[in-house]
Ligand binder design. Structure first.
Ligand SMILES: Cc1ncc(COP(=O)(O)O)c(C=O)c1O
Length: 470
């Protein structure tokens, strides 16, 4: 065994014994636990493992590496801030760097969304936004108006409340969730609509689902509708055109706030700073963001509130109240320095323009994946994409079969040099925004090859092709 291998064998043992990861599986323990691949070095869109194998980062970290890896300018900005002022309590003081970052975000957010509340990531942004909405309704004398409407397949985070708002069944099987505050609308995936239902009727039904839920729960009890513009980790689900605008109208009708969770879609993923207005034509009451805010270089999130929500609270109404919510690292100056530099580079290098230029090629190559017999649906928008496969055993699918499909595609692609993000029978992509058209071709060439090899392997394992929907 070489020195390098031996060193990593030790790290792998420590990783299994001491590093309790998110989503750790419990069916195997000790030496039986599979080794994780170590990502040790990265540059641009490429990640290198401990043996030096190079893969394209298909998921772009976790939808976050907008500028790719190894950006020296962001590293320098963070280092300079560490030396200048590494920490400042957001509870009692301020820093110029976080004030500037808040200002730059507010300038780019739609409408009057000018109040930026920094948090430590996406979950804490959504969680804090909901705490603020509840706080506000308490002050406005609407103490019952607290319920939250979310959707099947949504993902809003990993805190107790935001995990409760997530509508992915696979994430709820083993953990408790709140059932008093959180309510779910049915699936909005066009691909899963009944065979003979038109898109127009599907849209009407999906909007009616929201109105009916508000009426069932009672408008006096419903505080907010929480929606990702495109449901990301639930499988890149793009609701029918017009959906968000009509849902906003329903929210306005019943005095329900609209929280657009742009943790994934914000900061360029759909070619704009924020997608709510530019892509979907709505100005929500609150936008949450994280990930791309710092291009993944530092953990940070924000809930951006409309001025209007604050105006209502001025004066007598607030009865001397404080919004007693926040974190030690809210608005951390080093993270803010990374975020400010990120915005500067986006502007200087025309990153949004570049993204908008390469999106059509990405979507074209994604659409072509449908030619492979195993693939039943492809979905995408901006630099987000998903393939959904369909294979069954004896004509039946199951979560176990889906997980096998995802795992085999993942393994084949990884061997070929492409990191994918499997989710059940799907694989999800959100590469760095700096990706070029040639690199998009590499990504999809490897994916095509990986899916072909995976299909052969899965058929050998006794799975069979399901007739694909037309
Ligand atoms: C839409 C959405 N909201 C919230 C979150 C939670 O963000 P974080 O993992 O930074 O807490 C995520 C994470 O993927 C997300 O996709």
């Amino acid at each position: 065994m070489t020195g390098l291998r031996r060193e990593f064998q030790t790290y792998k043992t420590w990783d299994k014994d001491n590093n309790f990861h998110p989503w750790d599986a419990f069916d195997k323990a000790g030496d039986d636990k599979p080794d994780r691949t170590f990502s040790e070095y990265a540059e641009g869109i490429y990640v290198f493992d401990e043996l030096g194998n190079k893969v394209i980062d298909g998921p772009g970290g976790m939808w976050c590496m907008q500028l790719g890896y190894g950006n020296g300018e962001i590293a320098d900005a963070m280092a300079a801030q560490v030396r200048k002022m590494a920490y400042c309590s957001p509870f009692s003081e301020a820093t110029s760097v976080s004030a500037q970052f808040a200002h730059e975000i507010a300038r780019r957010a739609p409408g009057d969304l000018n109040r930026v509340h920094f948090t430590t990531g996406g979950s804490t942004a959504v969680d804090s936004a909901i705490r603020f909405i509840h706080f506000r309704n308490n002050l406005l004398g609407k103490p019952t108006k607290k319920k939250i409407i979310s959707r099947v397949a949504a993902y809003h985070g990993g805190t107790y409340l935001t995990a409760s708002l997530s509508g992915k069944p696979s994430e709820k099987a083993w953990l408790d969730t709140d059932k008093y505050l959180c309510h779910f609308l049915p699936d909005v995936t066009p691909y899963r609509r009944p065979e003979h239902q038109s898109m127009e009727d599907f849209l009407k039904e999906k909007v009616a689902d929201l109105e009916n839920a508000i009426l069932d729960l009672g408008p006096d009890n419903v505080a907010v509708f929480v929606a990702e513009p495109v449901l990301g980790s639930g499988g890149v689900i793009v609701p029918p055109a017009g959906y968000h605008r009509l849902c906003l109208e329903i929210c306005r009708k019943y005095d329900v706030l609209y929280l657009s969770d742009e943790v994934v879609t914000g900061f360029g993923r759909l070619g704009h700073w924020f997608a709510s207005e530019e892509v979907f034509g709505i100005v929500p009451d609150i936008i949450t963001c994280a990930k791309g805010m710092t291009s993944g270089f530092a953990p940070m999130g924000a809930a951006i509130f409309s001025d209007r929500l604050f105006k209502d609270l001025e004066g007598e109404v607030s009865q001397g109240a404080y919004f007693t919510s926040g974190f030690t690292y809210s608005g951390h100056p080093v993270c803010a320095a990374a975020g400010l530099k990120n915005i500067e580079i986006f502007e200087r290098d025309g990153v949004l323009e570049h993204t908008r230029r390469v999106i059509p090629h990405f979507q074209k190559r994604l659409a072509e994946m449908l030619d492979l017999p195993i693939i039943a649906d492809v979905r995408g928008m901006g630099l987000m994409g998903a393939i959904e496969c369909s294979l069954t055993r004896d004509g039946k699918s199951s979560p176990d079969i889906d997980a096998t499909i995802g795992a085999v595609i993942d393994a084949r692609c990884q061997d070929l040099g492409l990191m994918v993000r499997p989710y059940g029978n799907m694989a999800i992509f959100s590469p760095p925004l700096i990706i070029t058209e040639a690199q998009i071709d590499d990504l999809f060439d490897l994916l095509t090859q990986g899916v072909k090899e995976a299909t052969e392997e899965l058929l050998r394992q006794g799975l069979e092709l399901e007739p694909v929907q037309g």
